[in-house]
Design a protein around this ligand. Structure first.
Ligand SMILES: Nc1ncnc2c1ncn2[C@@H]1O[C@H](COP(=O)(O)OP(=O)(O)OP(=O)(O)O)[C@@H](O)[C@H]1O
Length: 226
């Protein structure tokens, strides 16, 4: 098992969104999270990415523990251990969240340079390889505003892959794309999963989920004990 989340509970004020929900992602899996609007899909993804804190439960990827259940709720690991966890998970946001003032290449280099994962030359070679794999070899020096939606999505995926995540999460990856671009993103996600990465996708696009997912999870399970 790659990612393991056990007995998660999350409330906002007096509204419980997730209650005693356990979940896992294996290597090579493409898990598709579906469900009605407002049922906590984005919340789950944000908990797994440490963008928000779970009230209760345990979350780990391989030997890296983000938090574990203590006597009074989830206890978060110290900063150094959280960083180890964080390095194993990546997220591609719905609006891509590219830096508009940086070229495509610099968008890819920013995080790995900040984390000192290699020299600029080494990382630029890796970035060029990823962009070539995604059919964007001629866009290294382009600014994000000059790219199509599908191209921006690929740059966002390449940027996440620069950090070698074991688990990669996608929030509504096809919402801004036509069917053809969606299919090419689906195939790219399949290639990423075939390389051993675990994938989690939140989507309203059932056709995409059924075509490319290896397992479907419904957010109706978040509150199954109620
Ligand atoms: N920061 C927050 N503060 C208060 N309530 C929140 C917060 N974030 C989410 N919620 C509430 O939690 C519930 C779940 O929201 P969430 O965005 O996770 O649902 P979702 O299934 O991803 O919805 P959608 O499919 O519309 O994106 C909603 O009722 C929402 O209003």
């Amino acid at each position: 098992m790659l990612l393991n989340a056990m007995n998660l509970k999350k409330s906002y004020h007096d509204i419980t969104v997730i209650d005693d929900f356990s979940f896992h992602i294996d290597s090579n899996e493409i898990v598709v999270l579906v469900g009605r609007s407002g049922t906590g899909k984005t919340t789950l993804m944000r908990l797994l990415n440490n963008l928000e804190k779970t009230d209760q439960g345990t979350i780990s990827i391989e030997d890296a523990v983000l938090c574990k259940q203590g006597l009074k709720g989830a206890e978060y690991a110290d900063r150094k251990k959280r960083r180890l966890y964080q390095n194993k998970i990546g997220m591609v946001f719905q609006d891509y969240a590219l830096f508009p003032n940086l070229t495509v290449l610099d968008n890819l280099l920013e995080a790995p340079l900040a984390q000192k994962l290699g020299s600029r030359v080494e990382l630029a070679a890796k970035a060029a390889g990823l962009l070539e794999q995604m059919g964007l070899e001629d866009k290294l020096e382009a600014m994000p505003s000059t790219l199509s939606g599908g191209q921006k999505q690929r740059v966002a995926i390449a940027r996440a892959m620069m950090l070698n995540p074991r688990v990669l999460c996608f929030d509504e990856p096809t919402s801004a794309l036509d069917r053809e671009s969606s299919d090419s993103i689906g195939k790219l996600i399949q290639e990423i999963a075939a390389g051993g990465t675990g994938v989690l996708i939140v989507t309203h696009d059932i056709e995409f989920g059924e075509k490319y997912g290896t397992r479907i999870v419904s957010s109706s399970e978040f509150l199954r004990n109620h």
